[in-house]
Design a protein around this ligand. Structure first.
Ligand code: AP5
Length: 244
């Protein structure tokens, strides 16, 4: 365990197929390590919701489950990394990079520093599909509660309205389905993962940057496994806060 905590050295990437829990675990790991959680999916959806010019360009890709081109996703990410809470230097980056080209661009941006580690969440397509079809996201606080697959009646109602007949357990806000959590779009997102992100996982592994954890257990169990798997790399870089 390191003697001193150096959050600037905590630069964790979170990778995994859609629905593997990148957002869920990214938030938890970032909280534990005291650095911001930055999700490129959230950043891009926020651009679409805000009706910005970037949002107008990327909306179609998000709806189709295709990767957004590198220039536009890089633009959203660089803007976020320039915000005050990111000035600490460390972060948990969820959903970026998704390809070797994006990893090289991030390496250049961070140089002479480097990523501390890349955390892969391993989950089967079948289980990830179940989770995505069961997902409802709070329109107010963004929380996405881990919950069992909806009953057939709940599922049919949600497909019609997009709204789940229950409220957010954290803030009482409205729960909605994400528009890309549709069976065919999920298939397209899995295909993008196979095509672009699988080779990136091999690339990271060859550089001894990859730690992989089984993401099929309950969220608390996965968080504990993730922190255990990351600890040796964080220690080596002096990035672990005492007690984690
Ligand atoms: P993004 O928002 O990142 O979507 P994704 O990669 O498809 O991943 P998801 O957010 O769907 O799933 P997740 O792995 O975060 O799982 P979650 O924690 O939510 O990206 C969306 C789009 O943006 C992309 O398709 C692309 O168009 C674009 N984009 C983003 N980054 C890009 C980039 N770098 N380059 C180009 N384009 C980019 O969990 C899923 C559900 O499971 C939730 O309901 C959750 O509560 C539940 N759950 C989580 N963990 C557990 C558990 N352990 N047990 C039971 N349920 C669980």
């Amino acid at each position: 365990m390191a003697d001193a905590w150096n959050p600037a050295a905590t630069r964790i990437l979170v990778l995994g197929r859609p629905g593997s829990g990148k957002g869920t675990q990214g938030v938890r790991v970032a909280e534990q390590l005291g650095v911001p959680h930055i999700s490129t999916g959230d950043l891009l959806r926020a651009e679409v919701e805000a009706g910005s010019s970037l949002g107008a360009v990327v909306a179609e890709h998000l709806e189709a489950g295709e990767l957004v081109d590198d220039d536009h996703v890089g633009q959203a990410l660089l803007r976020r990394l320039g915000e005050a809470d990111a000035s600490v230097g460390g972060f948990v980056l969820d959903g970026y990079p998704r390809s070797i080209a994006q990893a090289i661009a991030l390496e250049r941006f961070l140089a002479p520093d480097h990523f501390t580690a890349a955390l892969e969440l391993v989950l089967s397509e079948r289980e990830a599909t179940h989770r995505l079809l069961a997902r409802f996201v709070c329109t107010d606080c963004g929380h996405s509660p881990a919950r069992p697959r909806p009953t057939a009646t709940e599922g049919a109602a949600a497909r019609t309205t997009g709204v789940f007949d229950d409220s957010c357990g954290r803030c009482g806000g409205t729960l909605r389905r994400r528009s890309d959590d549709d069976v065919q779009v999920i298939r397209a997102r899995f295909d993008e993962f196979e095509r672009w992100t699988k080779p990136l996982l091999d690339w990271l592994d060859r550089r001894s940057l990859l730690v992989s954890v089984d993401a099929s257990s309950a969220p608390d169990v996965v968080t504990a496994s993730a922190l255990d798997a990351l600890r040796p790399r964080l220690d080596r870089f002096g990035a672990t806060p005492l007690g984690v």
